[in-house]
Design a protein around this ligand. Structure first.
Ligand code: ADP
Ligand code: MG
Length: 488
């Protein structure tokens, strides 16, 4: 039983998503206009995007390849024949009066994404299909009190709509699904997954029903553009629907809007049905035919994806599952990690050590300086070298943290920093023993107390000896020596 079911008593929650993923492509789906983000309004508009009479759409074959790649990466079937349809509706930011989409024959059928469920097991979220469509323009209502403006830069940009089966059961599963999907799309380089820029957004379909009965009536929450908002929207809808159902009323099948300021959803319109759009085949475009050889060539360009990579990291290096998933979730991190491992000399010896140093210490530097792994001021090779210095006891873990800070600031290699600062650990038993003897001589009273049973003074002696060696004594050797001397 998952959290959502618990909090909503005997109701089971059912969720399906329609994810709009903007295709990475320099030009639009049916025109040569640029897709560049952040330019002035209406800068990227061709006659086709503005729907001037007499213009005709021409399919962008790169966008098709990208959709095929996505379908293969998500374990779907590429349909050898698909086609385009017109979805008719009026809106000021839709100059054509229809959106070119794929309604009857989508480019990809089926597929799945595996996520981790609440108990750490594997749960499969099935994909119904992926279809291509063009994005609409944008209406701007907040620039003038009396006027609305239209920006057509987005008009005609290629979208993939990834429609899942109603397989999710909680907000946590929705979040896990979207994270995994985003990770795969980024690996494939078919969508940048930046939800805050709107290049990935999701419609949430959600219903409640009594376990063992048929699915309930769903509501659809439109265009939610962050994982956090989706989680909030799911939980809000669960509560709202539960209250309605428990008071004996029925859920209206409607389209709702999420308000990120209040965390609530509100009714936008009663749900439209497919027939309201008067779908019909797009007469200006021929069917899209994909030869097997083209699909095979695209298949060859698919990199090792996160699940396969995570399994390999566990198998090859004995990396714990949690570490492996974390590292594999981002291709650039995984590449960095494996390069660092390589330069440390590979082998399981360094796997966990480097995983810790990268995902904890290095990530915290990225956070502090607002950098991504691609912008790291520390190279994977230097990271590998640092791991060797730690593993071979040249420096302690504590010193290594300071070395890492200097590596970031100076971009010098760790060995050079350690040499320049004279930070090598003291591993010679003789010198450590000499320091210890001094400490014990200076505190003969405490030694006596220790021998009378005040054993927690052990830490005090260690601390004093560390101070004497300026923190450079190897902790293990120091510990062993003290035990030998004082417990003798
Ligand atoms: P439409 O085309 O009218 O939007 P679909 O049947 O294609 O409807 O489903 C759209 C989305 O709604 C899919 O993600 C699907 O998984 C989800 N869905 C369908 N039925 C339910 C339900 N009863 N509860 C929650 N989600 C549902
Ligand atoms: Mg829909």
């Amino acid at each position: 039983m998952n959290c959502a079911e618990e909090s909503s008593g005997e109701w089971e929650v059912v969720i399906g998503l329609e994810v709009h993923a903007q295709i990475i492509s320099d030009s639009k789906l049916f025109s040569f206009a640029s897709t560049k983000f952040g330019v002035s309004p209406n800068e990227n508009v061709s006659f086709v995007d503005a729907a001037l009479p007499g213009t005709l759409p021409v399919i962008n074959s790169f966008c098709i390849d990208q959709a095929v790649k996505t379908g293969l990466g998500l374990n779907g079937t590429v349909n050898p024949v698909s086609s385009f349809d017109r979805k008719n509706y009026f809106y000021a930011d839709l100059p054509q009066g229809y959106q070119i989409s794929q309604f009857y024959h989508p480019i990809i059928s089926g597929g799945y994404v595996d996520i981790e469920d609440a108990n750490g097991g594997k749960k499969r979220i099935n994909i119904d299909h992926i279809h291509l469509e063009q994005d609409a323009g944008k209406s701007i209502h907040d620039q003038s009190p009396a006027k609305s403006f239209i920006d057509l830069n987005r008009s005609g940009i290629a979208l993939m709509e990834i429609v899942t089966k109603p397989d999710m059961r909680s907000a946590e599963e929705v979040a896990a699904f979207l994270r995994k999907l985003r990770s795969i799309l980024r690996y494939l380089k078919t969508c940048d997954g930046n939800m805050d820029e709107g290049s990935m957004r999701a419609d949430l379909n959600i219903s409640l029903h009594r376990p063992g009965t048929e699915f309930g009536t769903r509501t659809e929450v439109k265009n939610v553009n962050s994982i956090k908002f989706l989680t909030t929207a799911v939980n809000f809808e669960i509560e709202r629907q539960r209250e309605i159902l428990e008071s004996g009323r029925e859920i209206d099948q409607e389209t709702r809007l999420f308000d990120s300021a209040t965390g609530k959803t509100r009714c936008m319109r009663s749900k439209e049905d497919a027939h309201d759009y008067r779908y019909f085949p797009e007469p200006d475009l021929p069917p899209l035919i994909l030869e097997q050889s083209r699909v095979d060539a695209i298949r060859k360009t698919i990199p090792e994806l996160p699940d396969a990579k995570s399994e390999r990291l566990q198998r090859e290096y004995g990396l714990p599952r949690y570490d492996a998933c974390l590292i594999a979730s981002q291709k650039e991190v995984a590449d960095f990690y494996e390069k660092a491992l390589d330069s440390a000399g590979k082998g399981a010896d360094f796997a966990k050590l480097l995983s810790n140093w990268i995902t904890v210490e290095l990530f915290s530097l990225f956070n502090r300086y607002g950098k991504t792994v691609e912008e790291s001021r520390i190279s994977p090779e230097d990271m590998g070298e640092l791991a060797v210095l730690i593993k071979t006891d040249v420096i302690s873990g504590k010193t290594a943290k300071e070395v890492l800070e200097f590596m970031w600031k100076t971009q010098k290699s760790p060995s050079r920093i350690v040499a320049e600062k004279g930070w090598e650990q003291i591993t010679s038993s003789a010198s450590i023993e000499a320091a210890l003897k001094e400490v014990l001589d200076e505190h003969s009273d405490k030694v006596a107390e220790y021998k009378n049973g005040k054993t927690k003074l052990f830490g005090f002696f260690i601390g004093q000896a560390m101070k004497k060696t300026e923190g450079k004594a190897n902790a293990q050797i120091l510990n062993d020596l003290l035990r030998k001397i004082i417990d003798a």
